[in-house]
Design a protein around this ligand. Structure first.
Ligand SMILES: [Zn+2]
Length: 203
C-alpha cells in the first residue's frame, strides 16, 4: 500500500460542542470538508442534514503517511477497548476519557509518527470492533443492561435489554457514555444520541 502524504484534520460542529470528526486526507482539507458537508449518505453529512449546519474545519496538520497517522491517532485507549467505537466515524467527547487532551495527544502522535516502517504492509487504520471490552463492561455493570445476542447485524449497532425488558439498539460507544435505557430514562440522553437509538420489539 503506497505511502501518501497528506493532512490530519479536526472538524467541529456548531450544533454540539462535544461532537467532532478527526480524519485524514491526501487531498486538501478544504476539499474534504466540502464533501463532509454535502455527502448526506455519510455519518458527517447526516449531521448536516439533520441540523442544517455545516462542519467547521478547526485545525489541520501535514503528515508524511496518512495511513500511519490515522493508525497512531485511533489505535489508542479507550477506542481500542470500546466495541464499535468508530462505527459512524464521528467522535463524541466526554469528560472522562475522550476529552480535548486525548484529542491533542492523538494529534501529536499522528504528527510525529512519520512513515510506517514496513510500507509493503497496510497499517491497521482503526481498531477492529470488539465485544466485551473492559471499558464497556465497567460502564454496563451498574446499569443492569445486557447485550442481546443474535439481535440485528451487530455491525453498526448492538442490541441491549434493560431490566424492564425494553430492547434497543445503540452503538457501543454511545452506550458506554449513556449507560441507561432510552425508554425508561430518555432524559439521561442528549437529543442527538436519542434520535439515533433504535428501539425494538421486546422478545
Ligand atoms: Zn427500559
Amino acid at each position: 500500500m503506497a505511502v501518501k502524504a497528506g493532512f490530519i484534520y479536526v472538524l467541529i460542529h456548531p450544533s454540539d460542542e462535544r461532537l467532532i470528526k478527526v480524519g485524514m486526507t491526501s487531498r486538501s482539507p478544504e476539499v474534504r470538508l466540502e464533501e463532509h458537508n454535502t455527502q448526506f449518505d455519510k455519518a458527517a453529512g447526516r449531521v448536516v442534514e439533520a441540523t442544517g449546519e455545516d462542519w467547521i474545519l478547526k485545525e489541520f496538520f501535514a503528515v508524511e503517511d496518512t495511513y500511519n497517522a490515522e493508525s497512531a491517532f485511533f489505535r489508542r485507549s479507550p477506542l481500542t477497548e470500546t466495541p464499535y467505537a468508530l462505527s459512524d466515524e464521528l467522535l463524541k467527547l466526554d469528560d472522562k476519557f475522550l476529552n480535548w487532551d486525548w484529542v491533542n495527544e492523538g494529534l501529536r502522535l499522528a504528527k510525529s509518527v512519520g512513515v510506517r516502517r514496513d510500507t509493503s504492509q497496510p497499517p491497521i487504520p482503526k481498531p477492529p470492533p470488539k465485544r466485551g471490552g473492559k471499558w464497556i463492561e465497567a460502564s454496563l455493570k451498574e446499569s443492569g443492561l445486557r447485550p442481546v445476542k443474535g439481535y440485528g447485524n451487530g455491525i453498526t449497532k448492538v442490541a441491549f435489554e434493560c431490566p424492564q425488558r425494553h430492547v434497543f439498539k445503540i452503538s457501543g460507544s454511545c452506550l458506554a457514555r449513556f449507560p441507561f435505557c432510552p425508554i425508561c430514562e430518555p432524559e439521561r440522553f442528549d437529543s442527538y444520541t436519542l434520535r439515533r437509538v433504535e428501539t425494538c420489539e421486546s422478545k
